[in-house]
Design a protein around this ligand. Structure first.
Ligand code: AMP
Length: 192
């Protein structure tokens, strides 16, 4: 049973690594970005609301995001553990998640941060923009998303570091190599 978070700047490959970790640990990966994108595609009211923010590279407001996460974490498949990808991104979201977990008498085992240099990330994301046509992948929006990560999400990482559950992994390298580093880091963190 593992309950964990994966945190990383845009373009760090956290979604790809989250899927691999989820398979290997047998826990469900929950990506708030994926849930939002599915809603945008389905043109649901949640999707219409979220799209405005996502296209600008802004965070979707907590009033929308927190409730969505609370609902998802009440599903049965989460009982065997979970890997949250892309949440929490602000310290207010950390407080909200703390409350959800305390209410269920649960706690996080590991918080994994993927690290990468900003210029490397911009190059990667501009490449991805060409391949996938994601509407939040142009240079201005990419730089804005990186700024938000530094301003809002690094304090989240600092909070978990203070609690002694943070483990950091270099996200630069081949996908398989990074996965091996990640699995080693999770193993060491769980053994500690
Ligand atoms: P991601 O796929 O994790 O990069 O998320 C894509 C976009 O979804 C972000 O740029 C935000 O607009 C939105 N989003 C995802 N997770 C969150 C969150 N925890 N809080 C606010 N907005 C989010």
């Amino acid at each position: 049973m593992t309950r964990m978070l994966i945190i990383g700047p845009p373009g760090s490959g956290k979604g790809t690594q989250a899927e691999r970790i989820s398979e290997r640990l047998g826990v469900v990966a929950i990506s708030t970005g994926d849930i939002f994108r599915a809603n945008v595609k389905g043109e649901t009211p949640l999707g219409v609301e979220a799209k405005k923010y996502m296209d600008a590279g802004d965070f979707v407001p907590d009033s929308v995001t927190n409730k969505m996460v609370r609902d998802r974490l009440s599903d049965d498949d989460v009982e065997a553990g979970f890997l949250l990808d892309g949440y929490p991104r602000t310290t207010a979201q950390v407080d909200y998640l703390d409350e959800i977990l305390a209410g269920a008498d649960q706690k996080l085992d590991v918080v994994l941060q993927l690290t990468a240099d900003d210029e490397e990330l911009v190059t990667r994301l501009l490449g991805r923009a060409k391949e996938t046509g994601r509407s939040d992948d142009n240079e201005g929006v990419i730089r804005h998303r990186l700024d938000l990560y530094h301003e809002q999400t690094e304090p989240v990482v600092a909070k978990y570091a203070e609690r002694g559950i943070l483990t950091q992994v270099d996200g630069i390298g081949r996908i398989d190599e990074v996965t091996e580093r990640v699995m080693e880091a999770i193993k060491s963190a769980q053994a500690a």
